[in-house]
Design a protein around this ligand. Structure first.
Ligand code: TYM
Length: 331
């Protein structure tokens, strides 16, 4: 049986990009009997940004309720909070000792902050804590501790999965075959979901459409999405439209084909947005209800997550023992 694993960090509201890029493909794999699915809340990754007690706590429950509301079955998938599995952090240190600093210097997220600091003339390390700098090592531990075969993610996480492979290879060369080499899985069509302004939808760009908004605010956000200035009755290219990109993820095949025709024959952006709202809202109605029910019962979420953590630990502990054997921790 193959292992599929992915995580989301609780640093903001779960958005449509997270859903289409990672959650939706992950849920499909969780339904497939050929895979054991491990899905988790990367809360200690979140701690690199969120340093407020209330918020830290609340955001983790939101991610958990989101997965469950969308249909993750915690009896079939192993669903847990990263911070409930201490073995991950022990492995993270071991891996840190095998990771050249230069590999971290090249990580995109870290480089992006430094470039931004350079532009505004600030000290290059402003806003960089050591957790952020070593973020890819902790992510490697998340992935490698469970011998993951497949990691379904959006495009922005590809480099991190490649780093995990590099670190695994380095460990295997140094101490003998231990880790499986993980592969990322990115769906070409949904690798980068655009946000309100057309750039990648991202918590850090403040351009997200949260997944579980009231229907009124969903409509309001869709109406505010940026479009080009092609006049209402002129042909429009669906492939270039952020409205269409989202539409096709929520509509049936038949609806998608009809919408393509309407784009070609000219549809006003107002109408296109209204159609997008209709398909999104009808898809989201049920999960939204479940989400708000769940979020009001944090004890129930805790129970699910702690059972998941137990299962995750029962997989992690034997491998960590083997790793410690390899590095010389035992006779
Ligand atoms: P995070 O929390 O930023 O995002 C969660 C997932 O959503 C995907 N995603 C997108 N996909 C398509 N279009 C977008 N606009 C978009 N925005 C976000 C991300 O690619 C990701 O798959 N480092 C990870 C969390 C993590 C993790 C792991 C993932 C920690 N450990 C181990 C996989 C395996 C992160 O920050 O994702």
């Amino acid at each position: 049986e193959k292992i599929v694993l992915t995580g989301i960090k609780p640093t903001g509201k779960v958005h449509i990009g997270n859903y289409i890029g990672a959650i939706k493909p992950a849920l499909q794999l969780a339904d497939n009997d050929d895979y054991t699915a491990l899905y988790f809340i990367a809360d200690y990754h979140g701690l690199t940004f969120i340093q407020d007690r209330e918020q830290f706590n609340q955001l983790s429950y939101e991610i958990a309720a989101t997965w469950l509301a969308l249909g993750l079955d915690p009896e079939r998938a192993i669903f847990y909070r990263q911070s409930d599995v201490p073995e991950i952090f022990e492995l993270s240190w071991i891996l840190a000792c095998l990771t050249p600093k230069g590999l971290m210097n090249r990580a995109h997220a870290y480089k992006a902050i430094r470039e931004l600091n350079e532009q505004i003339g600030a000290d290059l390390d402003t806003g960089v804590n050591m957790g952020l700098f070593t973020y890819p090592i902790l992510m490697s531990a998340d992935i490698l501790l469970f011998q993951s075969d497949i990691v379904p993610v959006g495009k922005d996480q590809i480099q991190h999965v490649e780093i995990a492979r590099d670190i695994a290879e380095h460990f295997n060369r140094t101490f003998g075959e231990t880790f499986k080499l993980p592969n990322y899985r990115v769906d070409e069509n949904t690798a980068v979901i655009p946000g309100m302004d057309g750039r990648k939808m991202s918590k850090s760009y403040n351009n997200t459409i949260p997944l579980f908004e009231s229907s009124e605010s969903l409509l309001r956000l869709i109406k505010k999405m940026k479009t080009d200035s092609v006049p209402p009755n002129e042909p429009k290219d669906p492939a270039q439209s952020n409205i269409f990109t989202l539409y096709k993820e929520f509509a049936t095949e038949e609806q998608v084909n009809q919408m393509k025709d309407r784009f070609q024959s000219g549809i006003s952006w107002g109408e296109a947005k209204n159609e997008l709202y209709q398909v999104m809202n009808s898809f989201l109605e049920e999960p939204r209800q479940r989400y708000f029910d769940l979020i009001s019962q944090p004890e129930q979420i805790d129970e699910i997550l702690s059972r998941g953590a137990e299962k995750a630990r029962s997989l992690a502990i034997p491998l960590l023992e083997r790793i410690k054997q390899r590095i010389g921790r035992y006779l």
